[in-house]
Ligand binder design. Sequence first.
Ligand code: ATP
Ligand code: MG
Length: 557
Amino acid sequence: MRENKNKECAKNFIYQIIENDLVSGKCTLVRTRFPPEPNGYLHIGHAKSICLNFGLAQDYKGYCNLRFDDTNPTNKHAKYIEAIKKDINWLGFQWNGTVRYSSDYTEILYLYAIKLIKKGLAYVDELSKAQIREYRGTLKDPGKNSPYRSRSIQENLFLFNKMKNGMFSEGAACLRAKINMSSSFIVMRDPVLYRIKFIQHHKTGTKWCIYPTYDFTHCISDSLEGITHSLCTLEFQDNRQLYNWILKNIDISVPPRQYEFARLNLKYTVTSKRCLKLLVEKKIVDGWDDPRMPTIAGLRRRGYTASSIREFCHRIGLTKQNNQIEISTLESCIRDELNELAPRVMAVINPVKIIINNLPKDYNEKLSMPNHPYKSEMGTRNVMFTREILIEKSDFRENITNNDQHYKRLVLGGEVRLRNSYVIKAEHIEKNIQGEIIVIYCTCDLKTLNKHPDDRKIRGVIHWVSAIYGISAEFRFYDNLFLVPNPSNCKNFLENINPNSLTVTHGFVESQNIINNANISYQFERIGYFRIDNSCFQSTHPIFHQIVSLRNISNLK
Ligand code: ATP
Ligand code: MG
Protein backbone atom coordinates (compact mmCIF):
# COMPACT_ATOMS: atom_id res chain seq x y z
CA MET A 1 0.00 0.00 0.00
CA ARG A 2 0.94 3.55 -0.45
CA GLU A 3 3.22 4.70 2.33
CA ASN A 4 4.88 7.91 1.53
CA LYS A 5 2.59 10.56 0.10
CA ASN A 6 4.44 11.81 -2.91
CA LYS A 7 2.84 15.03 -4.03
CA GLU A 8 3.25 14.36 -7.75
CA CYS A 9 0.77 11.53 -7.88
CA ALA A 10 -1.49 12.22 -4.95
CA LYS A 11 -5.15 11.76 -5.81
CA ASN A 12 -4.89 11.64 -9.57
CA PHE A 13 -6.70 8.96 -11.54
CA ILE A 14 -3.54 6.86 -12.07
CA TYR A 15 -3.09 6.76 -8.33
CA GLN A 16 -6.67 5.47 -8.02
CA ILE A 17 -5.96 2.74 -10.57
CA ILE A 18 -2.85 1.64 -8.72
CA GLU A 19 -4.59 1.66 -5.36
CA ASN A 20 -7.29 -0.62 -6.81
CA ASP A 21 -4.72 -2.93 -8.39
CA LEU A 22 -2.90 -3.27 -5.09
CA VAL A 23 -6.12 -3.96 -3.20
CA SER A 24 -7.34 -6.53 -5.72
CA GLY A 25 -3.92 -8.19 -5.82
CA LYS A 26 -3.61 -7.60 -9.56
CA CYS A 27 -0.25 -6.11 -8.77
CA THR A 28 2.02 -6.36 -5.75
CA LEU A 29 4.99 -4.23 -6.80
CA VAL A 30 4.58 -1.11 -8.89
CA ARG A 31 6.97 -0.91 -11.83
CA THR A 32 6.91 2.04 -14.18
CA ARG A 33 9.29 3.28 -16.84
CA PHE A 34 10.29 6.51 -18.49
CA PRO A 35 10.98 5.81 -22.18
CA PRO A 36 12.51 8.83 -23.95
CA GLU A 37 13.61 8.72 -27.53
CA PRO A 38 17.16 10.13 -27.47
CA ASN A 39 16.60 12.57 -30.32
CA GLY A 40 16.80 15.79 -28.34
CA TYR A 41 16.93 17.29 -24.88
CA LEU A 42 14.16 16.80 -22.36
CA HIS A 43 11.61 19.57 -21.97
CA ILE A 44 9.11 20.62 -19.33
CA GLY A 45 6.55 18.17 -20.77
CA HIS A 46 8.93 15.32 -20.06
CA ALA A 47 9.28 16.61 -16.51
CA LYS A 48 5.56 15.91 -16.05
CA SER A 49 6.06 12.32 -17.18
CA ILE A 50 9.24 11.93 -15.09
CA CYS A 51 7.58 13.23 -11.92
CA LEU A 52 4.67 10.88 -12.53
CA ASN A 53 6.63 7.72 -13.32
CA PHE A 54 9.49 8.13 -10.86
CA GLY A 55 7.14 9.67 -8.30
CA LEU A 56 4.83 6.63 -8.37
CA ALA A 57 7.77 4.27 -7.99
CA GLN A 58 9.03 6.24 -4.99
CA ASP A 59 5.61 6.44 -3.51
CA TYR A 60 4.86 2.76 -3.65
CA LYS A 61 8.43 1.60 -3.04
CA GLY A 62 8.49 0.12 -6.51
CA TYR A 63 10.78 0.67 -9.46
CA CYS A 64 11.03 3.03 -12.37
CA ASN A 65 13.24 2.05 -15.28
CA LEU A 66 14.92 4.43 -17.63
CA ARG A 67 14.64 2.97 -21.10
CA PHE A 68 15.90 4.74 -24.17
CA ASP A 69 13.62 4.14 -27.07
CA ASP A 70 16.37 3.76 -29.65
CA THR A 71 14.78 1.53 -32.25
CA ASN A 72 14.85 4.30 -34.81
CA PRO A 73 18.50 4.45 -35.89
CA THR A 74 18.17 7.67 -37.89
CA ASN A 75 18.69 10.01 -34.98
CA LYS A 76 22.05 10.79 -33.46
CA HIS A 77 21.95 9.46 -29.96
CA ALA A 78 25.04 9.65 -27.78
CA LYS A 79 25.01 13.29 -26.72
CA TYR A 80 21.27 13.25 -26.05
CA ILE A 81 21.54 10.12 -23.92
CA GLU A 82 24.01 11.80 -21.59
CA ALA A 83 21.97 14.99 -21.44
CA ILE A 84 18.78 13.07 -20.63
CA LYS A 85 20.43 11.10 -17.83
CA LYS A 86 21.83 14.30 -16.35
CA ASP A 87 18.44 16.01 -16.44
CA ILE A 88 16.61 13.12 -14.74
CA ASN A 89 19.19 13.02 -11.94
CA TRP A 90 19.09 16.77 -11.61
CA LEU A 91 15.30 16.64 -11.25
CA GLY A 92 15.96 14.44 -8.23
CA PHE A 93 15.28 10.95 -9.54
CA GLN A 94 17.28 7.77 -9.98
CA TRP A 95 16.28 4.90 -12.24
CA ASN A 96 16.22 1.31 -11.17
CA GLY A 97 19.41 -0.61 -11.99
CA THR A 98 21.20 0.04 -15.22
CA VAL A 99 20.00 2.23 -18.04
CA ARG A 100 18.05 0.15 -20.54
CA TYR A 101 17.72 0.49 -24.28
CA SER A 102 14.96 -0.98 -26.36
CA SER A 103 17.74 -2.11 -28.70
CA ASP A 104 18.85 -4.46 -25.87
CA TYR A 105 15.85 -6.54 -26.92
CA THR A 106 16.62 -6.70 -30.63
CA GLU A 107 17.11 -10.49 -30.70
CA ILE A 108 14.02 -11.25 -28.62
CA LEU A 109 11.88 -8.87 -30.65
CA TYR A 110 12.99 -10.68 -33.77
CA LEU A 111 11.99 -14.02 -32.28
CA TYR A 112 8.58 -12.65 -31.35
CA ALA A 113 8.14 -11.45 -34.92
CA ILE A 114 8.87 -14.98 -36.13
CA LYS A 115 6.34 -16.25 -33.61
CA LEU A 116 3.64 -14.00 -35.06
CA ILE A 117 4.52 -15.13 -38.60
CA LYS A 118 4.31 -18.76 -37.53
CA LYS A 119 0.88 -18.12 -36.03
CA GLY A 120 -0.23 -16.66 -39.35
CA LEU A 121 -0.48 -13.24 -37.73
CA ALA A 122 2.21 -11.37 -39.64
CA TYR A 123 3.21 -11.15 -43.28
CA VAL A 124 5.83 -9.61 -45.51
CA ASP A 125 4.29 -6.90 -47.63
CA GLU A 126 5.81 -5.51 -50.79
CA LEU A 127 3.52 -2.57 -51.34
CA SER A 128 5.34 0.75 -51.44
CA LYS A 129 5.04 3.19 -48.53
CA ALA A 130 2.61 5.31 -50.54
CA GLN A 131 0.50 2.29 -51.46
CA ILE A 132 0.35 1.15 -47.86
CA ARG A 133 -0.96 4.59 -46.94
CA GLU A 134 -3.51 4.46 -49.75
CA TYR A 135 -4.69 0.94 -48.88
CA ARG A 136 -5.08 1.94 -45.24
CA GLY A 137 -8.33 3.84 -45.86
CA THR A 138 -9.57 6.74 -43.78
CA LEU A 139 -11.61 7.32 -40.66
CA LYS A 140 -14.73 7.07 -42.87
CA ASP A 141 -13.65 4.39 -45.34
CA PRO A 142 -12.31 0.97 -44.46
CA GLY A 143 -8.93 -0.06 -45.82
CA LYS A 144 -8.37 -2.87 -48.29
CA ASN A 145 -6.18 -5.92 -48.08
CA SER A 146 -2.73 -5.93 -49.58
CA PRO A 147 -2.34 -8.47 -52.42
CA TYR A 148 0.54 -9.94 -50.39
CA ARG A 149 -1.58 -10.51 -47.31
CA SER A 150 -2.44 -14.11 -48.06
CA ARG A 151 1.10 -15.41 -48.43
CA SER A 152 1.82 -18.74 -46.78
CA ILE A 153 3.64 -18.94 -43.46
CA GLN A 154 6.60 -20.60 -45.20
CA GLU A 155 6.85 -17.87 -47.77
CA ASN A 156 6.64 -15.18 -45.07
CA LEU A 157 9.39 -16.83 -43.02
CA PHE A 158 11.55 -17.03 -46.12
CA LEU A 159 10.94 -13.41 -47.12
CA PHE A 160 11.39 -12.05 -43.60
CA ASN A 161 14.74 -13.82 -43.48
CA LYS A 162 15.59 -12.24 -46.81
CA MET A 163 14.70 -8.83 -45.35
CA LYS A 164 16.96 -9.51 -42.39
CA ASN A 165 19.81 -10.51 -44.67
CA GLY A 166 19.70 -7.26 -46.58
CA MET A 167 18.31 -8.73 -49.78
CA PHE A 168 15.58 -6.14 -50.18
CA SER A 169 16.26 -2.48 -50.68
CA GLU A 170 14.91 0.09 -48.24
CA GLY A 171 11.15 0.45 -48.64
CA ALA A 172 10.84 -2.60 -50.89
CA ALA A 173 9.36 -4.78 -48.17
CA CYS A 174 8.15 -4.62 -44.58
CA LEU A 175 6.63 -6.93 -42.01
CA ARG A 176 3.03 -6.20 -41.09
CA ALA A 177 0.70 -7.61 -38.47
CA LYS A 178 -2.33 -9.34 -39.97
CA ILE A 179 -5.21 -7.85 -37.99
CA ASN A 180 -8.15 -6.16 -39.66
CA MET A 181 -8.08 -3.72 -42.57
CA SER A 182 -11.55 -2.46 -41.72
CA SER A 183 -11.00 -1.94 -38.00
CA SER A 184 -12.41 1.31 -36.66
CA PHE A 185 -8.98 1.85 -35.12
CA ILE A 186 -6.69 2.80 -37.98
CA VAL A 187 -3.66 1.58 -36.01
CA MET A 188 -5.16 -1.91 -36.20
CA ARG A 189 -5.25 -1.94 -40.02
CA ASP A 190 -2.29 -4.27 -40.43
CA PRO A 191 0.32 -2.03 -38.78
CA VAL A 192 3.94 -2.23 -39.85
CA LEU A 193 6.09 -4.17 -37.36
CA TYR A 194 9.47 -4.08 -39.10
CA ARG A 195 10.98 -1.88 -41.78
CA ILE A 196 14.30 -1.96 -43.64
CA LYS A 197 16.93 0.71 -42.93
CA PHE A 198 20.53 0.48 -44.00
CA ILE A 199 21.74 2.70 -41.23
CA GLN A 200 24.30 2.09 -38.56
CA HIS A 201 22.81 1.84 -35.09
CA HIS A 202 24.64 3.35 -32.09
CA LYS A 203 24.46 0.04 -30.20
CA THR A 204 24.00 -2.77 -32.70
CA GLY A 205 26.19 -1.25 -35.41
CA THR A 206 25.50 -2.73 -38.85
CA LYS A 207 24.35 -6.10 -37.56
CA TRP A 208 20.74 -5.38 -38.40
CA CYS A 209 19.13 -3.76 -41.36
CA ILE A 210 15.58 -4.40 -40.18
CA TYR A 211 14.27 -2.30 -37.33
CA PRO A 212 11.10 -2.88 -35.29
CA THR A 213 8.56 -0.07 -35.07
CA TYR A 214 7.75 1.80 -31.87
CA ASP A 215 4.44 -0.02 -31.41
CA PHE A 216 5.98 -3.46 -31.72
CA THR A 217 8.95 -2.62 -29.51
CA HIS A 218 7.29 -0.68 -26.76
CA CYS A 219 4.81 -3.21 -25.43
CA ILE A 220 7.29 -6.07 -25.61
CA SER A 221 9.99 -4.03 -23.84
CA ASP A 222 7.47 -3.15 -21.11
CA SER A 223 6.58 -6.80 -20.73
CA LEU A 224 10.23 -7.97 -20.65
CA GLU A 225 10.95 -5.50 -17.88
CA GLY A 226 7.91 -6.51 -15.86
CA ILE A 227 6.37 -3.06 -16.09
CA THR A 228 2.98 -3.03 -14.38
CA HIS A 229 1.69 0.41 -15.39
CA SER A 230 2.84 1.81 -18.72
CA LEU A 231 1.92 5.48 -18.70
CA CYS A 232 1.87 7.56 -21.83
CA THR A 233 0.21 10.60 -23.33
CA LEU A 234 -3.26 10.67 -24.89
CA GLU A 235 -2.12 10.50 -28.50
CA PHE A 236 -1.34 6.83 -27.85
CA GLN A 237 -4.88 6.00 -26.76
CA ASP A 238 -5.72 4.12 -29.96
CA ASN A 239 -2.34 2.41 -29.95
CA ARG A 240 -3.42 0.70 -26.73
CA GLN A 241 -5.48 -1.67 -28.91
CA LEU A 242 -2.34 -2.72 -30.72
CA TYR A 243 -0.31 -2.82 -27.51
CA ASN A 244 -2.75 -5.35 -26.08
CA TRP A 245 -3.10 -7.28 -29.35
CA ILE A 246 0.64 -7.87 -29.68
CA LEU A 247 1.11 -8.99 -26.07
CA LYS A 248 -1.88 -11.31 -26.28
CA ASN A 249 -0.70 -12.90 -29.50
CA ILE A 250 2.84 -13.50 -28.38
CA ASP A 251 1.25 -15.24 -25.37
CA ILE A 252 2.20 -12.94 -22.51
CA SER A 253 0.15 -14.18 -19.59
CA VAL A 254 0.35 -11.14 -17.29
CA PRO A 255 0.64 -8.20 -19.66
CA PRO A 256 1.46 -4.67 -18.50
CA ARG A 257 -1.42 -2.20 -18.80
CA GLN A 258 -1.18 1.04 -20.67
CA TYR A 259 -2.85 4.18 -19.30
CA GLU A 260 -2.94 7.57 -20.94
CA PHE A 261 -2.85 11.08 -19.52
CA ALA A 262 -2.96 14.56 -21.08
CA ARG A 263 0.36 15.89 -22.28
CA LEU A 264 1.61 19.16 -20.94
CA ASN A 265 1.25 22.11 -23.29
CA LEU A 266 2.60 25.45 -22.17
CA LYS A 267 1.33 28.66 -23.74
CA TYR A 268 3.66 30.75 -25.92
CA THR A 269 6.13 27.93 -26.33
CA VAL A 270 6.49 24.50 -27.92
CA THR A 271 6.94 21.21 -26.11
CA SER A 272 8.14 18.97 -28.87
CA LYS A 273 11.75 17.92 -29.31
CA ARG A 274 11.39 18.16 -33.07
CA CYS A 275 10.34 21.82 -32.92
CA LEU A 276 12.89 22.68 -30.25
CA LYS A 277 15.60 21.09 -32.38
CA LEU A 278 14.64 23.38 -35.27
CA LEU A 279 15.04 26.44 -33.02
CA VAL A 280 18.54 25.25 -32.18
CA GLU A 281 19.51 24.32 -35.73
CA LYS A 282 18.23 27.58 -37.17
CA LYS A 283 20.11 29.44 -34.43
CA ILE A 284 16.95 31.19 -33.29
CA VAL A 285 18.14 30.35 -29.80
CA ASP A 286 21.61 29.91 -28.47
CA GLY A 287 21.54 26.11 -28.02
CA TRP A 288 19.36 23.60 -26.18
CA ASP A 289 20.13 25.28 -22.86
CA ASP A 290 19.24 28.79 -23.98
CA PRO A 291 17.37 30.25 -20.96
CA ARG A 292 14.33 30.94 -23.20
CA MET A 293 13.95 27.26 -24.04
CA PRO A 294 11.38 25.17 -22.15
CA THR A 295 14.00 22.44 -21.88
CA ILE A 296 15.14 21.20 -18.49
CA ALA A 297 18.65 22.38 -19.41
CA GLY A 298 17.35 25.83 -20.38
CA LEU A 299 15.26 26.20 -17.24
CA ARG A 300 18.22 25.11 -15.12
CA ARG A 301 20.51 27.64 -16.80
CA ARG A 302 17.89 30.32 -16.31
CA GLY A 303 17.86 29.56 -12.59
CA TYR A 304 14.84 27.31 -12.11
CA THR A 305 15.40 24.77 -9.37
CA ALA A 306 14.50 21.09 -9.56
CA SER A 307 12.09 21.55 -6.65
CA SER A 308 10.26 24.38 -8.43
CA ILE A 309 9.77 22.18 -11.51
CA ARG A 310 8.50 19.31 -9.35
CA GLU A 311 6.17 21.74 -7.62
CA PHE A 312 4.89 22.88 -11.02
CA CYS A 313 4.16 19.28 -12.04
CA HIS A 314 2.28 18.87 -8.80
CA ARG A 315 0.26 22.07 -9.27
CA ILE A 316 -0.87 21.27 -12.81
CA GLY A 317 -2.05 17.82 -11.77
CA LEU A 318 -2.85 14.91 -14.02
CA THR A 319 -6.00 14.56 -16.09
CA LYS A 320 -7.27 13.17 -19.35
CA GLN A 321 -8.19 16.62 -20.67
CA ASN A 322 -5.76 18.29 -23.05
CA ASN A 323 -5.29 21.95 -22.21
CA GLN A 324 -2.76 24.72 -22.26
CA ILE A 325 -1.06 25.85 -19.11
CA GLU A 326 -0.18 29.51 -18.54
CA ILE A 327 3.54 30.25 -18.28
CA SER A 328 2.69 32.25 -15.17
CA THR A 329 1.84 28.96 -13.42
CA LEU A 330 5.42 27.81 -13.95
CA GLU A 331 6.80 31.21 -13.02
CA SER A 332 4.87 31.39 -9.78
CA CYS A 333 6.48 28.12 -8.62
CA ILE A 334 9.99 29.52 -8.81
CA ARG A 335 8.92 32.95 -7.59
CA ASP A 336 7.30 31.50 -4.47
CA GLU A 337 10.41 29.47 -3.74
CA LEU A 338 12.85 32.32 -4.31
CA ASN A 339 10.74 34.73 -2.32
CA GLU A 340 11.50 32.52 0.67
CA LEU A 341 15.07 31.57 -0.11
CA ALA A 342 16.79 34.19 -2.25
CA PRO A 343 19.08 36.66 -0.49
CA ARG A 344 18.23 40.27 -1.32
CA VAL A 345 20.93 42.40 -2.89
CA MET A 346 21.03 45.56 -4.98
CA ALA A 347 21.82 45.94 -8.65
CA VAL A 348 21.28 48.83 -11.03
CA ILE A 349 20.41 47.73 -14.54
CA ASN A 350 20.28 51.11 -16.33
CA PRO A 351 22.56 53.35 -14.32
CA VAL A 352 22.91 57.09 -13.95
CA LYS A 353 25.51 58.60 -11.63
CA ILE A 354 24.85 60.51 -8.43
CA ILE A 355 27.47 62.65 -6.73
CA ILE A 356 26.76 63.50 -3.12
CA ASN A 357 28.24 66.94 -2.73
CA ASN A 358 28.34 67.09 1.04
CA LEU A 359 30.45 63.93 1.42
CA PRO A 360 34.23 63.98 1.16
CA LYS A 361 35.80 62.49 -2.00
CA ASP A 362 37.14 59.41 -0.20
CA TYR A 363 33.99 58.78 1.82
CA ASN A 364 33.60 55.06 2.61
CA GLU A 365 30.97 53.83 4.98
CA LYS A 366 30.20 50.18 5.60
CA LEU A 367 26.45 49.80 5.90
CA SER A 368 24.97 46.63 7.32
CA MET A 369 21.89 45.33 5.52
CA PRO A 370 19.56 42.39 6.14
CA ASN A 371 19.78 39.60 3.56
CA HIS A 372 16.06 38.92 3.80
CA PRO A 373 13.25 41.19 4.96
CA TYR A 374 11.59 38.65 7.27
CA LYS A 375 14.18 35.96 7.79
CA SER A 376 16.70 37.29 10.27
CA GLU A 377 18.39 33.87 10.30
CA MET A 378 19.67 34.70 6.81
CA GLY A 379 21.93 37.29 8.41
CA THR A 380 23.26 40.60 7.20
CA ARG A 381 25.91 41.82 4.80
CA ASN A 382 28.00 44.96 4.47
CA VAL A 383 27.60 47.28 1.52
CA MET A 384 29.91 50.23 0.93
CA PHE A 385 28.33 53.65 0.70
CA THR A 386 30.43 56.23 -1.15
CA ARG A 387 30.25 59.78 -2.47
CA GLU A 388 29.53 58.56 -5.99
CA ILE A 389 26.74 56.08 -6.41
CA LEU A 390 24.56 54.77 -9.23
CA ILE A 391 20.80 54.64 -9.37
CA GLU A 392 18.36 53.59 -12.09
CA LYS A 393 17.69 56.19 -14.77
CA SER A 394 14.02 55.42 -14.31
CA ASP A 395 14.24 56.40 -10.64
CA PHE A 396 14.90 60.05 -11.45
CA ARG A 397 12.83 62.74 -13.12
CA GLU A 398 13.81 66.26 -13.83
CA ASN A 399 10.28 67.46 -13.27
CA ILE A 400 6.94 65.88 -12.70
CA THR A 401 3.62 66.82 -14.15
CA ASN A 402 0.25 66.55 -12.52
CA ASN A 403 -0.10 63.09 -14.03
CA ASP A 404 2.98 61.92 -12.16
CA GLN A 405 1.70 62.64 -8.68
CA HIS A 406 2.19 58.98 -7.80
CA TYR A 407 5.87 59.09 -8.74
CA LYS A 408 7.61 58.35 -5.44
CA ARG A 409 11.20 58.37 -6.57
CA LEU A 410 13.82 61.07 -6.95
CA VAL A 411 12.79 64.37 -8.55
CA LEU A 412 14.95 67.44 -9.05
CA GLY A 413 14.60 69.43 -5.83
CA GLY A 414 13.00 66.48 -4.05
CA GLU A 415 14.09 63.83 -1.59
CA VAL A 416 14.13 60.05 -1.60
CA ARG A 417 15.52 57.35 0.67
CA LEU A 418 18.34 55.17 -0.57
CA ARG A 419 17.54 51.59 0.41
CA ASN A 420 19.08 50.73 3.83
CA SER A 421 20.87 54.04 3.80
CA TYR A 422 20.29 57.80 3.91
CA VAL A 423 17.83 60.29 2.51
CA ILE A 424 19.26 62.27 -0.39
CA LYS A 425 18.04 65.40 -2.15
CA ALA A 426 18.59 66.12 -5.86
CA GLU A 427 20.08 69.61 -6.14
CA HIS A 428 21.05 70.00 -9.79
CA ILE A 429 21.91 67.94 -12.85
CA GLU A 430 24.51 67.82 -15.59
CA LYS A 431 23.62 66.88 -19.15
CA ASN A 432 25.71 65.96 -22.17
CA ILE A 433 25.31 67.61 -25.56
CA GLN A 434 22.61 65.11 -26.51
CA GLY A 435 20.62 66.37 -23.56
CA GLU A 436 20.94 63.19 -21.54
CA ILE A 437 21.43 63.44 -17.82
CA ILE A 438 24.92 62.22 -16.92
CA VAL A 439 25.23 63.26 -13.27
CA ILE A 440 22.70 64.13 -10.61
CA TYR A 441 24.24 66.19 -7.84
CA CYS A 442 22.68 65.54 -4.48
CA THR A 443 23.11 66.22 -0.81
CA CYS A 444 22.69 63.62 1.85
CA ASP A 445 21.02 64.05 5.24
CA LEU A 446 23.43 62.25 7.55
CA LYS A 447 20.88 62.12 10.36
CA THR A 448 18.65 59.73 8.43
CA LEU A 449 20.52 56.41 8.37
CA ASN A 450 17.66 53.93 8.62
CA LYS A 451 15.71 56.61 10.50
CA HIS A 452 12.81 58.81 9.43
CA PRO A 453 13.53 62.54 9.64
CA ASP A 454 11.33 64.14 12.33
CA ASP A 455 10.27 67.17 10.37
CA ARG A 456 9.15 65.78 7.00
CA LYS A 457 7.84 62.74 5.23
CA ILE A 458 9.99 60.93 2.65
CA ARG A 459 7.78 59.19 0.14
CA GLY A 460 9.97 56.77 -1.77
CA VAL A 461 12.80 54.27 -1.44
CA ILE A 462 15.12 53.47 -4.32
CA HIS A 463 17.99 51.03 -4.70
CA TRP A 464 21.57 52.02 -5.48
CA VAL A 465 25.07 50.69 -5.96
CA SER A 466 28.40 52.31 -5.06
CA ALA A 467 30.12 53.63 -8.18
CA ILE A 468 33.44 52.61 -6.62
CA TYR A 469 32.65 49.14 -5.29
CA GLY A 470 29.93 48.06 -7.69
CA ILE A 471 30.85 45.36 -10.22
CA SER A 472 29.84 45.89 -13.82
CA ALA A 473 27.53 43.22 -15.18
CA GLU A 474 25.25 42.33 -18.07
CA PHE A 475 21.58 41.67 -17.38
CA ARG A 476 19.46 39.50 -19.64
CA PHE A 477 15.71 39.79 -19.53
CA TYR A 478 13.54 37.21 -21.20
CA ASP A 479 10.11 37.32 -22.73
CA ASN A 480 8.08 34.57 -24.42
CA LEU A 481 9.77 32.88 -27.38
CA PHE A 482 6.58 33.08 -29.42
CA LEU A 483 4.05 35.79 -30.13
CA VAL A 484 1.04 33.47 -30.20
CA PRO A 485 -0.34 31.34 -27.36
CA ASN A 486 -0.29 28.12 -29.35
CA PRO A 487 2.58 28.17 -31.85
CA SER A 488 2.30 24.43 -32.50
CA ASN A 489 -1.09 25.02 -34.12
CA CYS A 490 0.35 27.41 -36.70
CA LYS A 491 1.20 26.27 -40.19
CA ASN A 492 4.76 27.40 -39.75
CA PHE A 493 5.51 27.91 -36.11
CA LEU A 494 8.79 29.65 -36.95
CA GLU A 495 6.86 32.62 -38.34
CA ASN A 496 5.64 33.55 -34.92
CA ILE A 497 8.92 33.98 -33.12
CA ASN A 498 9.00 36.95 -30.73
CA PRO A 499 11.85 39.18 -31.96
CA ASN A 500 12.10 40.71 -28.49
CA SER A 501 12.41 37.56 -26.44
CA LEU A 502 15.80 38.74 -25.17
CA THR A 503 16.67 42.23 -23.87
CA VAL A 504 20.15 43.00 -22.66
CA THR A 505 21.22 45.86 -20.40
CA HIS A 506 24.53 46.76 -18.77
CA GLY A 507 24.81 47.96 -15.22
CA PHE A 508 26.27 47.11 -11.83
CA VAL A 509 25.77 44.75 -8.91
CA GLU A 510 26.52 45.88 -5.38
CA SER A 511 29.71 43.89 -4.68
CA GLN A 512 32.14 41.22 -5.67
CA ASN A 513 30.48 38.74 -3.28
CA ILE A 514 27.56 38.30 -5.63
CA ILE A 515 29.66 36.81 -8.37
CA ASN A 516 31.69 34.56 -6.10
CA ASN A 517 29.04 31.90 -5.78
CA ALA A 518 27.47 30.59 -8.95
CA ASN A 519 24.91 28.53 -7.07
CA ILE A 520 22.95 31.30 -5.46
CA SER A 521 19.98 33.02 -7.01
CA TYR A 522 19.37 36.55 -5.78
CA GLN A 523 16.56 38.95 -5.57
CA PHE A 524 17.80 42.21 -7.02
CA GLU A 525 15.66 44.50 -4.97
CA ARG A 526 12.78 46.11 -6.84
CA ILE A 527 13.78 44.31 -10.08
CA GLY A 528 13.43 40.55 -9.96
CA TYR A 529 15.15 37.25 -9.30
CA PHE A 530 18.45 36.65 -11.05
CA ARG A 531 21.09 34.05 -11.45
CA ILE A 532 24.62 34.35 -12.72
CA ASP A 533 25.39 32.36 -15.85
CA ASN A 534 27.59 29.42 -14.90
CA SER A 535 30.19 30.30 -17.47
CA CYS A 536 30.62 33.74 -15.90
CA PHE A 537 31.35 32.74 -12.39
CA GLN A 538 34.05 35.17 -11.13
CA SER A 539 34.26 36.90 -14.49
CA THR A 540 34.99 40.62 -14.74
CA HIS A 541 31.72 41.35 -16.56
CA PRO A 542 29.37 38.57 -15.47
CA ILE A 543 26.03 37.83 -17.11
CA PHE A 544 22.91 37.56 -14.98
CA HIS A 545 19.76 35.89 -16.25
CA GLN A 546 16.47 37.17 -14.99
CA ILE A 547 14.78 34.03 -13.71
CA VAL A 548 11.46 35.69 -13.08
CA SER A 549 10.08 39.14 -12.33
CA LEU A 550 9.02 40.11 -8.80
CA ARG A 551 5.36 40.01 -9.67
CA ASN A 552 3.25 38.35 -12.29
CA ILE A 553 3.36 41.10 -14.91
CA SER A 554 1.04 39.26 -17.29
CA ASN A 555 -1.76 40.02 -14.82
CA LEU A 556 -0.91 43.69 -14.94
CA LYS A 557 -0.64 44.07 -18.71
P1 ATP B 1 8.58 14.92 -28.35
O1 ATP B 1 7.53 15.22 -29.36
O2 ATP B 1 8.95 16.06 -27.52
O3 ATP B 1 9.76 14.20 -28.91
P2 ATP B 1 7.79 12.42 -27.45
O4 ATP B 1 6.53 11.95 -26.83
O5 ATP B 1 8.09 11.93 -28.80
O6 ATP B 1 7.83 13.96 -27.35
P3 ATP B 1 9.58 10.85 -25.98
O7 ATP B 1 11.02 11.02 -25.85
O8 ATP B 1 9.06 9.69 -26.73
O9 ATP B 1 9.03 12.18 -26.55
O10 ATP B 1 8.89 10.95 -24.55
C1 ATP B 1 9.23 10.20 -23.43
C2 ATP B 1 8.05 10.19 -22.50
O11 ATP B 1 7.70 11.52 -22.15
C3 ATP B 1 6.85 9.57 -23.16
O12 ATP B 1 6.28 8.64 -22.26
C4 ATP B 1 5.93 10.72 -23.43
O13 ATP B 1 4.59 10.35 -23.33
C5 ATP B 1 6.32 11.73 -22.36
N1 ATP B 1 6.09 13.09 -22.83
C6 ATP B 1 6.63 13.67 -23.92
N2 ATP B 1 6.14 14.92 -24.10
C7 ATP B 1 5.28 15.13 -23.07
C8 ATP B 1 4.44 16.23 -22.69
N3 ATP B 1 4.40 17.36 -23.38
N4 ATP B 1 3.69 16.08 -21.58
C9 ATP B 1 3.73 14.95 -20.86
N5 ATP B 1 4.48 13.88 -21.17
C10 ATP B 1 5.25 13.96 -22.26
MG1 MG C 1 8.66 10.12 -29.42
